[in-house]
Design a binder for this molecule. Sequence first.
Ligand code: HMG
Ligand code: MG
Length: 304
Amino acid sequence: MLNAMNASNHVRIVEVGARDGLQNEKTLLPTDVKIALIDRLSSTGLQTVEATSFVSPKWVPQMADAAEVYQGIRKVPGVSYPVLVPNEQGYERARAVGVSEIAVFTAASEAFNRKNINASIDESIERFMPVMARANADGVKVRGYVSTVLGCPYQGEVAVSDVVRVARRLHELGCYEISLGDTIGVGTPAKARAMLHAVAQEVPMAALAVHFHDTYGQALANILACLEEGVRVVDSAVSGTGGCPYAKGATGNVASEDVVYMLHGMGMHTGIDLDILIATGAWLAAQLHKETASRVTKARTATA
Ligand code: HMG
Ligand code: MG
């Protein structure tokens, strides 16, 4: 059992493979395959399956079919399907197909934000204001992402005080949950834990999530350190797909299969059927014509 600051044994996994995973894949997946992926994920017991993003298709071509994907998926009762929205135009596109939960995103690093969304941190927050106001009026839930919380591909070190400031701002604006993203996967456990601890002085731990990419192989260790600190929401991507188009060299998110295997092994609950998740990850890897990045799926599907 985990000797943690939070006694709860339940961890909510936010599955980001269909968005964070696919957005960086060079192979453009057909819309019906994306729909099949999300439908499969819906049958694993996951409570949150990020579905797509309503960003500019010129910036992220893989997400050009966001409306068709969202319209095509089975909406399983009890499962939420948030989508990324960068501005009011994205909000309108999302609402036109009945989206009821969105995620806005910014970064703790000015340089990264400029490359990712062509705006400073303050400008990006300005853009969210009308989106937040409309979401509030429409009863749409809003999650917030802070990227580059443990390092930036352009500026290098990122001050923890910048992460705290941006996370607090998103929370004040009405985001029900703030996901802290190690976009390029450079963090190590003590640093991850210290960053989470600092943010939790300003935003309640119950409103925080962690989001690790596994570039340097530190993601599971970082998650464990953050669980010890009390976080109970973890973002991950089935099969460990993806990365960030505006963070060169960043590999995919930590694989959901590996996170769930670790959590169940520690006696924690996720509500997820690991076998179905593994089958989904193996299926997705085949669709992308690449080897899965999940160690658990590799171990379970090995034939020799
Ligand atoms: P811009 O070029 O500054 O915006 O991009 P603009 O307002 O000047 O618009 C340019 C064109 O895009 C216009 O079309 C707009 O209509 C169109 P044109 O007149 O040239 O034909 N446009 C749109 N089209 C569809 N949907 C929209 C939309 N907005 C504008 N919503 C913008 C600014 C924010 C739009 C752009 O930079 C963008 O879309 N960026 C998205 C980048 C992205 O998706 N990055 C990955 C997600 S973040 C991430 O992965 C990190 C995370 O996982 C956490 C972590 O790991 O840290 C969340
Ligand atoms: Mg990410």
